[in-house]
Design a protein around this ligand. Structure first.
Ligand SMILES: Cc1ncc(C[n+]2csc(CCOP(=O)(O)OP(=O)(O)O)c2C)c(N)n1
Ligand SMILES: [Mg+2]
Length: 618
C-alpha cells in the first residue's frame, strides 16, 4: 500500500485492538494534537484524509496546550485501566518539548500514552530549520532526545522502512502492564510526508492480548508461609488492584483472612470506604488508624503498589524491627521492593492464588472501633463550621456528599491530594482519580477531560487549586468546543496552602508561597490580596460559573452544576490556614543543616529526630 509515513501511522493505529478477559477495545482510540509546520502537512494531512475518506477511524481533538493533551491522554488511559489510550501529535521544537512533562507523568504513573513529536528534517537539506536546536557535537541530536529517559520505548523514524518494527514495538510496550508508560515515536517532518510501499499486512486488524500473569507456585507458597506466620498483617492496596479490576478478589481475600486493607493514592476505591476491612490511606497522608496498624505490622502485603515515599512515610511507616513484605505486582521491579517475598503476578491472579494457598487461615487483627472513631473525625472535618471562610475539608465533604456512587473526582497537586487521601470516602473503584505519581500542577482540568472522554456516563469533578488553575486552565476551552461536560471546583486560597504549610513546618516561614502584592518595605509577598477574579477568568473561557461564599452555597452550586449540561465552574474561596486532622505520620523533606535563621535551626532539630525513625527494610 503506497502511503506516506504519517498516513501509515494513522491507518495502522486505527486497526490496533486490546483484549483482556474477552473484551476488545481500541488500543489508541483517537488523537489529540496541535498543528504547526512540523506536522500540519504530514500527520495533519493523514488525519484529514482519514476523516474525509473514512479510510481510518482516528478522531482528532484539538487541544490548547501540548502538555495538557498528554495529561488528557494519561487521564483517559487511567480511567480505561490502561487498556486504551490516545495518541498526541505535536509540531517540532516547542510543541514537542511541551509534551515532556506529560511524558514523565505518564511513565511515573505507569500509564500508556503514545507521543508523536515531530522532528527535524531527516535529509537536513535546509538545516537548521525553524525551531531546530543545533548541537555542534552531532547532527542527529534533536530536542526530542529529551524524551528518551521519560519513555518506556523511544524511536525516531529516519526512514519509512523503519516504521513497521517501531509501530509493533510501540504497541507491545503500550499494552504490557509491567512495561507501560510513555511511548515516543519521533517523526521528522519530511519523513512524515514521504511515500513508501508498505506491506498490506501492516494494516490488518491486530489484537494485543493483555495478560494476567500468573505467579510461580513456589513463590506463592513462600509468600503464604510468611502471611500464615504473621500476627499483625496489613494489606496495602495500590493502583495495580484497580487497573487489574481485582476489587472482588481483594474483597474476598480480606474477608476470608480478616486482614485490614489500607490504600495508596492510586489504590483508593479498590475497596469502598465502608468495607469492613477498609482502614483508609496509609503513610504521610494516611489515616491514624492505618498508620497505627502499619507501625505495628509484622507483615505488609503490598498489592499493585510501587511504594512511593508517601506510602511508606519515607520509610517510617512500618516500625516493627522484623517487618517483612510480600509484594504482589505485575512488574518484577515493584514486586522486589523492600526486600520482599515477591509474587510477580497480576493483582487478580496473584490474590486468587494467595487466597487458595491460605485457605482456612485467619489473622485476628482488631481495628473496627478505631475505624468507627476515625469516621466520626471525618464527619467533623466535613462539617467543621469554620469561619469566616470555609475550610477545605468542608469543601471536600460537600463534594463527597454531592457525588453519586459512580461520580469521579480528579486532583493532582497542592494541599488537596493529602486532604483527599485522608478524608475522601470512595464508593467505586474508578471514583478517585488523583494523579500522585508525578503530582503535576495543572493536570486536573486536562486529566478530567480525558477521564470524561474515557467514560462519558459519569459526572467528573475536577478539584483545582488556584495555583494549579493558573498553571493550566486552558483545556476548559477544549472541553467547551468538544461539548464535554465537566464540573470544575475552583478552590481559591490565594497561593500555595500546601507548600506554605510545609515551608512553615520546615522553618522556611512560608517564604514565597502566597499570591499577594510584594510589600515594598521588606520585599515579601505579604501585601494585600491581588485583585484577580478566577471565576471571571473561567467565564471568559466559555464556562458557566457559579460563585459560592459559604458551604451551603457550595452544596447548592454543586447540585446546579450536576444538573447542567455544559462545563460548569463552581468557585469558592477557602481559608488556607484551616485545620485538617493529623495523619500521625511524617514525610522526609530535608531541612538545612546549618542556618543563621532561628526557624530553620529549630526545624532542623525536629527533622533530625524524625529521621531516626527511618528504616531500611532490608
Ligand atoms: C508543575 C508543578 N510545579 C510545582 C509543583 C510544586 N507544588 C506542589 S503543590 C504547589 C502549590 C499548589 O497550589 P494550589 O494549586 O493553589 O493548591 P494549594 O496548595 O493552595 O492547595 C506547588 C507549587 C508541582 N507539584 N507541580
Ligand atoms: Mg491555592
Amino acid at each position: 500500500m503506497r502511503l506516506t509515513v504519517a498516513q501509515a501511522v494513522v491507518t495502522f493505529l486505527a486497526n490496533q485492538w486490546t483484549e483482556r478477559d474477552g473484551v476488545e477495545q481500541r488500543t489508541v482510540a483517537g488523537c489529540f494534537g496541535i498543528f504547526g509546520h512540523g506536522n500540519v502537512a504530514g500527520v495533519g494531512q493523514a488525519l484529514l484524509q482519514a476523516q474525509r475518506t473514512g479510510s481510518a477511524d482516528m478522531p482528532y481533538h484539538l487541544a490548547r496546550n501540548e502538555q495538557a493533551m498528554v495529561h488528557a491522554a494519561a487521564g483517559y488511559a487511567k480511567m480505561k485501566n490502561r487498556l486504551s489510550t490516545m495518541a498526541c501529535t505535536a509540531s517540532i521544537g516547542p510543541g514537542s518539548t511541551n509534551m515532556l512533562t506529560g511524558a514523565a507523568l505518564a511513565t511515573a504513573n505507569r500509564l500508556p500514552v503514545l507521543l508523536l513529536p515531530s522532528d527535524i528534517f531527516a535529509t537536513r537539506v535546509a538545516s537548521p530549520v525553524l525551531q531546530e536546536l543545533e548541537d555542534p557535537r552531532s547532527y542527529d541530536v534533536s530536542v526530542n532526545d529529551a524524551f528518551r529517559p521519560l519513555s518506556k520505548f523511544f524511536d525516531r523514524i529516519w526512514r519509512p522502512e523503519q516504521l513497521p518494527s517501531a509501530l509493533l514495538a510501540a504497541m507491545r510496550v503500550l499494552t504490557d502492564p509491567a512495561e507501560t508508560g510513555a511511548v515516543t515515536l519521533c517523526l521528522p517532518q519530511d519523513v512524515q510526508a514521504e511515500a513508501y510501499d508498505f506491506p498490506d499486512a501492516l494494516f490488518g486488524k491486530r489484537v494485543w492480548h493483555v495478560a494476567r500473569p500468573v505467579a510461580e507456585p513456589a513463590f506463592v507458597q513462600r509468600a503464604a508461609e510468611v502471611i500464615r506466620g504473621a500476627e499483625r498483617p496489613l494489606i496495602v492496596a495500590g493502583g495495580g488492584v484497580i487497573y487489574a479490576e481485582a476489587s472482588a478478589e481483594l474483597d474476598a481475600f480480606a474477608r476470608a483472612t480478616g486482614i485490614p486493607v489500607a490504600d495508596t493514592q492510586a489504590g483508593k476505591g479498590a475497596l469502598a470506604w465502608d468495607h469492613p476491612n477498609s482502614v483508609g490511606g496509609v503513610g504521610s497522608t494516611g489515616t491514624p488508624v492505618a498508620n497505627r496498624l502499619a507501625r505495628e505490622a509484622d507483615v505488609i502485603i503490598g498489592v499493585g503498589t510501587r511504594y512511593s515515599d508517601f506510602t511508606t512515610a519515607s520509610r517510617t511507616a512500618f516500625q516493627d524491627p522484623g517487618v517483612r513484605f510480600v509484594n504482589v505486582n505485575v512488574a518484577a521491579f515493584d514486586a522486589a521492593k523492600q526486600a520482599a517475598f515477591p509474587v510477580v503476578a497480576d493483582a487478580r491472579s496473584g490474590l486468587t492464588a494467595l487466597a487458595s494457598a491460605l485457605a482456612g487461615h485467619r489473622a485476628e487483627v482488631d481495628f473496627a472501633e478505631e475505624v468507627a472513631a476515625w469516621q466520626r473525625t471525618v464527619d467533623e472535618a466535613y462539617h467543621l463550621g469554620h469561619g469566616p471562610l470555609p475550610a477545605q475539608s468542608e469543601v471536600i465533604g460537600a463534594v463527597n456528599d454531592a457525588c453519586g456512587e459512580r461520580d469521579v473526582v480528579v486532583q493532582a497537586a497542592g494541599s488537596m491530594p493529602g486532604d483527599l487521601q485522608l478524608l475522601w470516602r470512595a464508593r467505586d473503584p474508578k471514583q478517585y482519580q488523583v494523579e500522585y505519581g508525578y503530582s503535576c500542577m495543572g493536570y486536573e482540568i486536562a486529566g478530567a477531560l480525558g477521564i470524561k472522554m474515557a467514560d462519558p456516563t459519569r459526572e467528573v469533578y475536577a478539584l483545582v487549586g488556584d495555583g494549579s488553575y493558573l498553571m493550566m486552565a486552558q483545556e476548559i476551552v477544549t472541553a467547551v468546543s468538544e461539548g464535554i461536560k465537566l464540573i470544575v471546583v475552583l478552590v481559591q486560597n490565594h497561593g500555595f496552602a500546601s507548600i506554605g504549610a510545609l515551608s512553615e513546618q520546615l522553618g522556611s516561614q512560608r517564604f514565597g508561597t502566597s499570591y499577594r502584592y510584594r510589600d515594598q518595605t521588606h520585599g515579601d509577598y505579604d501585601g494585600g490580596v491581588l485583585p484577580i477574579d478566577l471565576a471571571a477568568n473561567a467565564e471568559s473561557l466559555g464556562a458557566t460559573v457559579i460563585r459560592c461564599r459559604t458551604v451551603a452555597d457550595l452544596t447548592q452550586g454543586l447540585k446546579q452544576a450536576r444538573a447542567a449540561d455544559k462545563l460548569t465552574v463552581v468557585h469558592i474561596e477557602t481559608d488556607p490556614l484551616s485545620p485538617v486532622p493529623s495523619s500521625q505520620s511524617w514525610w522526609d523533606v530535608p531541612v538545612s543543616e546549618v542556618s543563621t535563621l532561628d526557624s530553620t535551626v529549630a526545624a532542623r532539630s525536629v527533622y533530625e529526630r524524625a529521621k531516626r525513625g527511618q528504616r531500611d527494610y532490608l
